[in-house]
Design a protein around this ligand. Structure first.
Ligand SMILES: CC(C)(COP(=O)(O)OP(=O)(O)OC[C@H]1O[C@@H](n2cnc3c(N)ncnc32)[C@H](O)[C@@H]1OP(=O)(O)O)[C@@H](O)C(=O)NCCC(=O)NCCS
Length: 178
């Protein structure tokens, strides 16, 4: 698997690129936000400390040799998007996740990013299936997926314990078009 991914163009001042150590301040500034961590997995903690940022940028939290990119606006990191591949007989599929600093929400940024990233990563990894799981209350994330050709396949009931409550997980997927 190649490690030097060339990410797709997004446009409108938004770009994708690999994370680097100089992103630490921006990463912590945007990630240390209760609203952001609410929608994400516990690998994305709150509070999000500098140590959490250092561990992420060193590749100790997710595999940074996979397509895992910083989302930049005017060259400043404001969020992230990345894919986790499956192995063995499931290697035709992968799961992806994304987040954005809350001051940039609601402007269509993630809709544009997913529109560029999803078809690109499916081609780059030769995927039949790209999936994302969304917590039941996360309607903004579900909309981003629906607007980008993902279909809801079902619900993993009572799958997540988050902040003292039990939640369902909605499964979305986009399939390769033949
Ligand atoms: C989910 C997230 C990435 C969305 O990013 P964004 O750039 O604000 O999304 P966009 O502006 O492109 O689109 C958001 C869509 O959700 C809609 N939306 C926003 N809040 C909503 C709500 N509470 N209920 C219903 N729809 C909502 C918007 O209206 C828009 O849809 P529309 O274009 O049909 O009007 C961002 O909120 C985020 O980072 N959240 C925290 C991390 C997270 O949840 N990641 C996803 C894990 S699955």
């Amino acid at each position: 698997m190649p490690e030097a991914w060339v990410p797709p163009d997004v446009g409108h001042g938004i770009a994708l690129r690999p994370w680097h150590s100089g992103d630490l301040d921006a990463l912590v500034a945007h990630a240390n936000d209760e609203q952001v961590s609410h929608g994400t997995s516990d690998r994305f903690p709150y509070p999000y400390t500098r140590e959490d940022g250092v561990a992420f940028l060193a590749g100790r939290v997710v595999d940074l040799s996979a397509p895992v990119f910083a989302i930049t606006l005017d060259e400043h990191a404001i969020g992230g998007i990345g894919v986790r591949t499956f192995a063995g007989e499931r290697r035709i599929g992968a799961e992806f996740g994304y987040w954005l600093g809350s001051r940039h929400w609601g402007r269509g940024i993630m809709t544009r990013v997913v529109a560029a990233f999803a078809p690109w990563v499916m081609d780059a990894l030769e995927l039949q299936r790209l999936q994302a799981t969304v917590l039941d209350f996360n309607h903004a994330s579900a909309r981003v997926l629906e607007k980008n050709g993902f279909s809801e396949e079902g619900v993993l009931r009572r799958a997540v314990h988050k902040r003292g409550s039990v939640h369902d997980l909605r499964m979305f997927a986009r399939l390769r078009v033949h």
